[in-house]
Design a protein around this ligand. Sequence first.
Ligand code: GMT
Length: 381
Amino acid sequence: MKIGITCYPTYGGSGVVATELGLELAQRDHEIHFISYAQPIRLRGAEPNIHYHEVEVSRYPLFDYPPYDLALATRMAEVAQLYDLDLLHVHYAIPHSVSAMLARQMLASGPRGRRLPFVTTLHGTDITLVGLDRSYLGITRYSIEQSDGVTAISNYLRERTQRVFDVKNKIEVIYNSVNCDIYYRNTEIAEKLRREYAPNNQRVLVHLSNFRPVKRITDVIEIFDRVRKQFPARLLLIGDGPDRSVAEWLAVQKGIHDDVLFLGKQDQIYEKLSIADIMLLPSELESFGLAALEAMACEVVPISTRAGGVPEVIDHGISGFLADVGDVETMARYAIELLNDEQKLREMGKRARAVAMERFCSTKIVKQYEDFYRRVLERSA
Ligand code: GMT
């Protein structure tokens, strides 16, 4: 198949999922065309069967708000025409599904009157936060209903979309995935990184996100502070975003800032995960929690919240721990208990990897997307 993929190319789980899916599809001999305003961050250089088409957004003095969605629609239609795409797959509804809908209309009314179906994958914040804003609600619902196929990354997100948006079309759940060949506990790399990040054999806790309020970064610091009172430990904070300075200040106030390492945005996250014992993800809401899954694949035990789709990823007490949102005492207790029992920590880490491989391995999930695309193409033939 020839597939156009659009996503947010910078940091964010939806862009990661879209890019990894594109890479996986390309390896299975599909021709993949990424269409976006920048090259997706996890594209690993020149890859066979992968093409990237940049969307240029012209700026004019009259445009206080450059219309990216229109430039994107135009580019989608052009690329589809030039490369004879079979379908578009957009990740994140706003504005990508609206642009895809316009591209489909443009091609249908063009000289060849060709049909270009599009699939929308809902990731979470496009529905739970942004989509519910009244300025976007109507168009989000409309573009979902207009999609030729809709997928959601968890049962939680499917139900929530159906309930809140009252959309009539069927939403299929296809879980997020992780590349288990790249994400594994790499002991060779870990040895080198340990010298850098935990030279005195400290315990390593990790958090990975875009530091938005929904991630509750200050809870991460609170949990770490409690753990740090019991063991020599280091906290690796990977990512960046609006709540970084609040977290920095809290770490300073608690006198633990020397052990809280703000690493900023990072590539090759799997390397850092290889030295971690525990991943802290105390979010207010996660439709899935890709960061927890990536940790699990690297045998890092996730401690997270019973929020949104997280319980579909982490089995409490088996492949990680779950607590109520804001309950930092319980999350710290789970971490301390685990770090006190090396055998339990390692066994749970291994179980976490086994779950990642059995249920969320990208080689399995990519087949579900292929199958979904085929059904969409058959329906729209
Ligand atoms: O969590 C974010 O802030 C980023 C956001 C995104 O759209 O990129 O993440 C959402 O999609 C990820 C990939 O599907 C999911 O793993 C995250 O759980 C989801 N975030 C939320 O629901 C808050």
